[in-house]
Ligand binder design. Structure first.
Ligand code: ARG
Length: 280
């Protein structure tokens, strides 16, 4: 089966002030050394992969004192030209929210304010007509109702149960409109059953791949940019006709982040029209 890529627009934030100064997930150890220059080089290589694939990359100015701001996926959820701003659970990241909201306002998007804890595309992923929404560690279950109301797409709540996979995008990756890859063990029994029903052809990841944040991947429908250490998942994807592209983000992983965390997909009003075309 051949998979057709579509060109995407991404928002990224250079890790100029990246550090691990606090621990808000089990990956973070503030006593372990972090090489910020290496993080910047690894991030730049990721950005270059997107450019080489023909995608557009916008950048938001990093702010000092916000070491996790590099994780742009947590900056908003953007569908059909509307950006739902975020509200972080942890006070350490609170000031990132207005910075991202301001970027979207300046860029001409309609910006809606969140009514509950909502960590953007970390927990809310567009899969065809559906929005898959994680809860259990960060995004509040009550936020899911607002997501459905704002975007007018069915929201499927998925319960995360393993603290290492605290955001949905660490446990599940949307490969294209009808296919996902995920780690069953990261979800409650009910949510596993939901995933089996919705995605009977899903790529099932193994713990070893998830443990290097292999599911924190970015797909354009064909090319899947994932951590180079996730070799088992890369092989499984290749077998299914996708083109895995490995990147090394070892420094950012010290904060619990991978390629997807660094990448917020910006879907303009045209996303509706393009999807209409794809359906015909
Ligand atoms: N240190 C960050 C946090 O715990 C990492 C965020 C990763 N982002 C993501 N989309 N999973 O909030």
């Amino acid at each position: 089966m051949t998979h057709t890529p579509t060109s995407r627009r991404y928002l990224m934030c250079r890790p100029t002030y990246f550090a691990v100064d606090y621990a808000i997930n089990p990956w973070m150890d503030p006593t372990a050394p972090v090489d910020t220059d290496l993080a910047i080089r690894q991030w730049s290589a990721l950005r270059q992969v997107y450019l080489d694939l023909g995608h557009t990359v916008d950048e938001i100015e990093p702010l000092p004192g916000l070491p996790d701001m590099v994780f742009a996926a947590n900056g908003a959820t953007v569908v059909d030209g509307t950006a739902l701003a975020v509200q972080f659970l942890n006070p350490e990241r609170a000031d990132e929210a207005p910075a991202y909201a301001a970027w979207f306002e300046r860029a001409g998007f309609e910006v809606q304010q969140p009514k509950a804890v909502n960590e953007g595309e970390g927990d809310i992923l567009l899969a065809g007509e559906l929005l898959l929404a994680g809860t259990g560690f960060r995004t509040a279950h009550t936020a899911h109702a607002q997501v459905q109301e704002i975007f007018g797409r069915p929201v499927v709540t998925l319960q995360l149960v393993d603290p290492r996979f605290y955001h949905l995008d660490t446990a599940l990756c949307v490969l294209d409109r009808q296919t996902v890859a995920y780690l069953p063990e990261a979800f409650s029994p009910g949510s596993r059953a939901v995933l089996r029903r919705l995605f009977p052809d899903a790529v099932i990841a193994r713990p070893a791949d998830a443990e290097v944040l292999g599911l924190n991947a970015v797909s354009d429908g064909r090319h899947v940019v994932l951590p180079s250490q996730a070799t088992g998942l890369a092989a499984a994807l290749r077998e299914r006709g996708y083109e895995p592209i490995g990147v090394d983000l070892s420094e950012l992983r010290k904060a619990g982040g991978g390629p997807k965390c660094c990448t917020l997909e910006v879907r303009g009003a045209e996303s509706r029209r393009e999807e209409g075309k794809a359906r015909r």
